[in-house]
Design a protein around this ligand. Structure first.
Ligand SMILES: NCc1[nH]cc(CCC(=O)O)c1CC(=O)O
Length: 389
């Protein structure tokens, strides 16, 4: 049995629970210790039953059986014990595409462009592949003239997205292309569903359109179709439509948890109320309900959006499903980091990398981020080791 000496200022001598805690497992000697600036000290001395050296000086250090800092003392050990890693393979790079030949900068997203069809686009994809990012997602800018209340352009086999998928697959056959099965980019209202005269969003009628859109994208060669609109039953309906057309191999990444976030800056030129279909950011049980439903309907990957404000939801889903989890770092998240970096208020690169590793720690398998190329460039550079340690 070890002998402990508990030293503390006299005034707290009566705190029996503190003494009792130790007394339960070992012999305790109480020594009042008169000092204003020293709180409590607990000393361990030789166990009386063990051979001891009576001349040995008492160890003046407080007893700490666990010193977590020991494992952090050098880069090699910090590297060895790092629980989470990130590689370019975990990143999906979203690209803005349009019909025009030139790259046009997106003012609210410094460093981002509407990529010119086809040179700007091909060059950007080649750059991403050079640093190990071989997964991309397409966000089209659909010309106003092609939009309609019922979004027929969404399933035009010669529309911008199917044409781009064919172009990129032809050029880079091993690339993995994620496409957005969304309605709002193609509708004159900007809503994620067909809007009835009285303002009601028509769920099932819209899904009828989304099925055709997913099949059209699969026909062009899309590898993963992403159910972007938060409409009920969309995953099952799209799965059935894909299977019926022999696209069993095409995956569905469901935007299971898409919050009505104010961080979709780039996509919200006009403020639209999407609260009847997207989820209230105050809710987590509802997020789980959506995720379970999508899983039951056949989703292959469950996505959470936006990412950094939803790390708790990413973890919740990770613990509740065996499906891979995706995190979507949205336009507003990108803009915040970029803007603060440009203003020299934060170190852009460090904050960006920290945001990504934290998404991985929360449980994200893949991360969709506008930083994909920048992050992968850092990850594949010689001094990678210094990033997280
Ligand atoms: N379906 C449209 C769409 N596609 C991507 C985003 C947001 C992504 C981002 O901001 O980066 C949105 C906005 C929305 O659904 O309201």
């Amino acid at each position: 049995m070890a002998l402990y000496i508990l030293r503390f200022p006299c005034k707290i001598r009566e705190q029996k629970s503190y003494v009792g805690l130790r007394a339960a497992s070992c012999k305790v000697r109480i020594i009042p210790f008169r000092s204003k600036d020293i709180a409590c000290q607990l000393q361990r001395i030789e166990a009386p039953s063990l051979p001891s050296n009576p001349a040995a000086p008492l160890n003046d250090q407080p007893l700490l059986s666990r010193r977590a800092r020991r494992n952090r003392k050098c880069p090699t050990q910090r590297d060895a014990f790092r629980e989470t890693n990130i590689s370019p393979a975990n990143l999906i790079y979203p690209l803005f595409i349009h019909e025009v030949e030139v790259d046009i900068p997106i003012t609210t997203m410094p460093g981002r462009y509407m990529l010119g069809w086809r040179h700007g686009l091909i060059e950007e994809v080649a750059r991403a592949r050079d640093v190990g990012v071989n997964s991309i997602k397409l966000y089209p800018k659909v010309p106003e003239a092609l939009k309609s209340p019922t979004g027929e352009e969404a399933y035009n086999d010669n529309g911008l997205v199917p044409r781009t998928v064919r172009l990129l697959k032809d050029r880079f056959p091993d690339i993995v292309i994620y496409t957005d099965v969304n309605f709002d980019e193609y509708s004159t209202t900007g809503h994620g569903g067909i809007v009835r005269e009285d303002g009601v969003i028509l769920n099932d009628e819209t899904i009828h359109q989304l099925r055709k859109q997913a099949v059209s994208q699969a026909r062009a060669g899309a590898d993963v179709v992403c159910t972007s609109e938060m409409l009920d039953g969309r995953v099952g309906a799209i799965r059935a439509a894909l299977d019926a057309e022999s696209f069993q191999h095409v995956s569905i990444m469901s935007y299971s948890v898409k919050y009505t976030s104010s961080l979709y800056g780039r996509f919200r030129q006009v403020e639209l109320d999407k609260k009847t279909y997207q989820i209230n950011p105050a809710n987590s049980r509802e997020a789980l309900l959506e995720a379970r439903e999508d899983e039951a309907e056949g989703a292959d990957i469950l996505m959470v959006k936006p990412a950094l404000p939803s790390l708790d939801i990413i973890r919740l889903l990770k613990d509740q499903t065996l499906l891979p989890i995706g995190a979507c770092q949205v336009s507003g998240e990108y803009s915040m980091i970029k803007a603060a970096g440009l203003l020299k208020m934060i170190d852009e690169e460090k904050v960006m990398m920290e945001s990504l590793i934290c998404m991985r720690r929360a449980g994200a398998d893949v991360i969709l981020t506008y930083f994909a190329l920048q992050a992968a460039t850092i990850l594949s550079s010689a001094n990678t080791k210094t990033i997280f340690n």
